[in-house]
Design a protein around this ligand. Structure first.
Ligand SMILES: *Cc1c(COP(=O)(O)O)cnc(C)c1O
Length: 387
């Protein structure tokens, strides 16, 4: 089966894991620190904080930025549920914003502007599919309204602009992301004090960690803030360091496949809409090309296409069921309507995209898709004739 996403793991990771086991220290220590510095360096920052997940990263960012009860936070609905959940964690209210259009499925500035109130404190931008577009415009949008700008950069590891234009950014190293540590996340922040606070909050708010106490003469600690256990460990950091060494080459390979998809789709499936097509070939690293979303023609039965592709050994997924339509959110925010997001989510299909693919896989996916769409068109035509 050709999967939508697949991690690249091999001998280097095995060797790195063995070295950690042999070292006798498996919880947070020197390797986590080394990973933090290298992750920051690759994103044009001086430091980062490694965590157990991107969800933990988003939670701590909102806490550290002082967002809480009574505050509103603008979020897209076309995202993974964690983006909105973290707003609920801190007792604030997520306010859902529509996407710009089917071909630019990122948060719409005009819709965001209409949803600002005097309670709006921050906005969370999601770099959907890995694209970091309109950075200056968002910076201006936030600063002119006095809002904090948080980047959910879960899709954008390795995109050089990701994580450095917001006040803080959260990255994910979950198994299906561009680089993985199995579970894992990291934070970049503009303000060193915010980063320091997040570093302390990840370890129960303790003033010194176990590793520091072991390797220095400090044998006690104090707790000066409410913290959590959101740490990364040495095993994950060791895998992460290996993965970081390949990230830019992997993202380059993703870009190659995205461009190939675009060309093949244009000739074999002209009715399929390919979002971000103006940005597919951006060469300045402005996308990590995390996923390959397409929008099926109006009226096509998506499940039929999904089934046909699965019969040909091709997995597809949907990014995403809109958050405002999930039961938890629909019950709390029943009146939210986001026309573009809802239409996009109805017609979207995510095609396989990962560095272990070969060109031939792209050809296979696009011809299987063309077949499925051809059949779907003739099924519909037959249905119309019968009516
Ligand atoms: C994967 C993902 C997350 C959550 O990441 P975890 O590391 O699994 O917590 C959050 N936001 C987006 C957009 C994601 O894709």
């Amino acid at each position: 089966m050709l999967m939508v996403a697949e991690p690249v793991l091999g001998e280097e990771e095995k060797a790195a894991l063995s070295r950690v086991l042999e070292s006798g220290w498996i919880t947070m220590g020197d390797r986590v620190r080394e990973f933090e510095l290298e992750f920051a360096r690759q994103h044009g920052a001086t430091d980062s904080v490694a965590l157990g997940s991107c969800t933990a990263a988003l939670h701590l960012i909102l806490e550290a930025l002082g967002i809480g009860p009574g505050d509103e936070v603008l979020v897209p609905s076309l995202t993974f549920v964690a983006t909105a959940n973290c707003v609920l964690y801190v007792g604030a209210k997520p306010v859902f914003v529509d996407i710009e259009s089917l071909s630019l499925p990122l948060m719409s500035r005009s819709d965001a502007a209409t949803k600002c109130t005097d309670r709006t404190k921050a906005l969370i931008l999601v770099h959907y599919a890995g694209y970091t577009i309109d950075r200056e415009a968002w910076r201006h949008f936030a600063s002119s309204r006095g809002l904090l700008l948080v980047e959910d950069a879960a899709h954008a590891a390795g995109a050089s602009q990701a994580g450095t234009f917001g006040d803080a950014a959260a990255f994910s190293f979950y198994g299906n992301k561009n680089m993985t540590t199995a579970e894992g996340g990291a934070v970049l922040a503009k303000d060193a004090d915010v980063l320091a606070k997040i570093r302390q909050m990840r370890g129960h708010g303790l003033t010194t960690g176990t590793f520091q106490r072991r390797s220095s003469r400090i044998s006690t600690y104090d707790v000066t803030m409410l913290g959590y256990n959101y740490r990364m460990d040495e095993l994950r950091a060791a895998i992460g360091l290996v993965q970081l060494g390949h990230l830019s080459a992997w993202n380059e390979r993703r870009r190659h496949f995205v461009q190939l998809y675009a060309r093949r789709l244009k000739s074999l499936c002209p009715a399929v809409l390919s979002p971000f097509s103006d940005w597919h070939s951006v060469s300045n690293n402005a996308s990590a090309h995390h996923i390959m979303p397409i929008v099926l023609p109006e009226g096509v039965e998506r499940q039929h296409v999904v089934d046909k592709l699965r019969d040909s050994g091709i997995q597809t997924t949907i990014h995403y069921p809109p958050v405002h339509l999930l039961s938890l959110y629909r019950e709390q925010f029943p009146s939210v309507r986001l026309a573009h997001t809802e239409e996009f989510a109805r017609r979207e299909l995510t095609l396989p995209l990962h560095p272990r693919m070969e060109d031939i896989h792209v050809e296979q996916v696009v011809s299987a898709l063309a077949d499925a769409l051809g059949q779907s068109a003739s099924v519909e035509a037959a249905a119309c004739e019968r009516v």
